[in-house]
Design a protein around this ligand. Structure first.
Ligand code: NAP
Length: 270
């Protein structure tokens, strides 16, 4: 083995689907996989948002192949639309996730169901759709984007925390289903990340006159003191881990939950 082969991540010839990838962490993951050579299917609810994302992604990584896979995967029809657009994938990244604050006792049954359906069942449905062919082919990667909230369940987002804890169980279970097949299934536990809307959220809590750099440090010091990096995570940092786990280099990592949380979860494991 040549020295450079030890660290080279090459996904040439692989097709990846990233759910919820028109913006935020999903878009960063699509960019990272495209840079590594994969053909990447981009998903969002509308054709318009997907086309706008494709234009941005193609501008960022000119020599990568990005294709459209629009569809609301919280619905049966939207799921079918995506499966028809991209019938076969080697790498499935279940990134789609919704979150929002609501007092625990005010979360009604419909809202509990909605969090389960969007954050957990979409990943299950997509895995069910793609895992059999990956297994037949003897290679595949399924990555589920979880959150620190799976462990540090926020009092104001217990429905979200529940959904992300469930996703860890789903990952572990499907890794067993894929045992011995060459297909790996893992979760990536993202911590507080600098995505759209987060800057506004930060400036609601700290002095508006501070530069972004100072504002995020102040925000972390006051509101996220558990973070060991004391800054928000950039979406590309989550993407880097996903790209590695999606690659042949990560062939012995499965059934696990890998943290990119800036040390936010006060634990040595996982
Ligand atoms: N942001 C954080 O700090 C953070 C921290 C830990 C974990 N996470 C996790 O990381 C993941 C991504 O979070 P994010 O903040 O990057 O999300 P985001 O910015 O809110 O983006 C959500 C994406 O999902 C798409 N989408 C929403 N509903 C959909 C549906 N039913 N079907 C298909 N696509 C849909 C949206 O596209 P359209 O609008 O075009 O439909 C958009 O591309 C989530 O699982 C989240 O829980 C985030």
């Amino acid at each position: 083995m040549e020295r450079r082969d030890l660290v080279r991540i090459d996904l040439t010839g692989k097709t990846a689907l990233v759910t919820g990838s028109t913006q935020g962490i999903g878009a960063a993951i699509a960019t990272g996989l495209g840079r590594a050579g994969a053909r990447v299917a981009v998903n969002g609810r509308s054709r318009e948002s997907v086309d706008a994302a494709l234009e941005r992604l193609r501008g960022e990584v000119a020599d990568a192949e990005f294709v459209a896979a629009p569809g609301d995967i919280a619905t049966d029809a939207g799921t079918r639309q995506v499966l028809d657009a991209v019938p076969d994938v080697d790498v499935l990244v279940n990134n789609l996730g919704i979150f929002g604050a609501r007092p625990a006792l005010e979360i009604d049954d419909d809202e509990w169901r909605r969090y389960f359906e969007v954050n957990v069942l979409t990943a299950v449905r997509m895995t069910r759709g793609y895992l059999p062919r990956m297994r037949e082919g003897g290679w595949g990667r399924v990555l589920n984007i979880a959150s620190d909230s799976a462990f540090v369940v926020p009092a104001e987002m217990i429905h979200y925390g529940m959904s992300k804890t469930a996703l860890l169980a789903v990952s572990r279970g499907f890794a067993k289903e894929a045992a011995g097949s060459g297909v790996t299934v893992n979760s990536v536990i993202a911590g507080p990340t600098h995505t759209g809307g987060v800057e506004d959220f930060v400036y609601e809590l700290v002095d508006r006159d501070l530069s972004w750099e100072r504002a995020q440090r102040e925000f972390m010091r006051l509101h996220r003191p558990q973070s060991l990096i004391q800054r928000l995570i950039e979406p590309e940092e989550i993407a880097n881990m996903v790209v590695y786990l999606a690659s042949p280099l990560a062939s012995a990592t499965t059934g696990g939950a890998i943290r990119v949380d800036g040390g936010y979860v006060d634990s040595i494991v996982p």
